[in-house]
Design a protein around this ligand. Structure first.
Ligand code: ATP
Ligand code: MG
Length: 285
């Protein structure tokens, strides 16, 4: 494994673990890429990280090199209470990074959850169950959400402290973002009062294109300080890495995409510390 150039971070990580959902109901905006590479960058600076793949497409599992035959028990069994945390998680090939893989069975969970008691709380209950103690086992837990606002994503939003929203820097980037903001506000009001938006990450940015610049300006005007200063450039090495079953940070540590995710991790750590210190976090309207 090539050495990883890491952000300089020596501060102690908060304990117990903070949990983040990476969500946007729009497809293909860079949720999984951000989940896999942020998780890898955090593990590289010495954090102990769990990445929960909550998308039946299983792209985060693929991106970490978990073969299809190794995906069960995983997030489906955990969500439905069919298997305990220790059975549903395993170490990835990245030191410090554990994964809870997703199998295609998770596609059925959307329907199966409907008739269950506490159907929006299943993931939170499972993570907080005595004996699971997920927040004590890792320093950061990231959840890669599917491109929908269905019951599976709701379970993630009820279980987490905060949401990280990747936005693709292209036409209609903000389309549907109101639905996500409204969902976050509704969950905060009714199901998870501490929920906040940790930030918006612009992905697939191409600063040579006027459109990309315009979208970035629009998104910054709309969300203000919620938008990370770090943006992720469109970079072919990022697109290639998953087919090799590895994060771009491992596939080509020197490429612009990998370096951007390292900077994003530094900013994420800084912002998380600030958020922990200031108690009021209102989601964007
Ligand atoms: P879905 O909604 O289907 O889960 P997603 O939001 O998780 O999608 P990704 O799977 O991360 O999005 O990215 C969509 C596609 O774009 C993938 O093929 C990925 O490799 C590619 N991609 C993501 N980020 C970049 C980037 N910065 N540069 C180039 N390609 C990228
Ligand atoms: Mg995805």
């Amino acid at each position: 494994m090539p050495p990883i150039v890491t952000p300089s971070s020596s501060e102690s990580t908060p304990s117990p673990a903070q949990i983040f959902a990476i969500a946007n109901q729009k497809g293909g905006v860079g949720k999984t890429t951000t989940a896999v590479n942020l998780a890898t960058a955090l593990a590289a600076v010495g954090e102990s990280v769990l990445l929960i793949d909550l998308d039946p497409q299983g792209n985060a599992s693929t991106g970490l090199g978990v073969s299809r035959s190794e995906r069960s028990p995983g997030s489906y069994e955990f969500l439905l209470g069919l298997a305990p945390l220790t059975d549903c998680t395993r170490e990835s090939k990245i030191p410090g990074l554990s994964v809870m893989p997703a199998s295609v069975a998770l596609a059925g969970a959307e329907i199966e959850l409907i008739d269950l008691e506490r159907r929006e709380h299943r993931l939170a209950d499972a993570l907080n169950a005595p004996g699971a103690d997920a927040r004590q086992r890792w320093t950061t837990i990231l959840i890669d959400c599917p491109p929908s606002l269905g019951l599976v994503t709701l379970n993630a939003l009820v279980a987490v402290d905060a949401v990280l929203v990747p936005l693709q820097a292209e036409f209609l980037a903000l389309e549907g973002i109101g639905a996500l903001s409204n969902t976050v506000a509704r969950i905060k009001k009714n199901l998870n009062p501490k929920l906040y938006i940790a930030g918006v990450v612009l992905t697939m940015v191409d600063r040579r294109m006027t459109l990309s610049q315009q979208v970035e300006a629009d998104v910054r005007a709309h969300f203000g300080d919620l938008v990370f200063g770090t943006t992720i450039p469109r970079n072919v090495r990022i697109a290639e890495a998953p087919s090799h079953g590895m994060p771009v940070l491992i596939y080509d540590n020197a490429c612009a995409g990998a370096q951007a995710y390292i900077l994003l991790a530094s900013e994420f750590i800084r912002r998380r510390r600030t958020a922990t210190e200031s108690p009021s976090h209102e989601p964007a309207s």
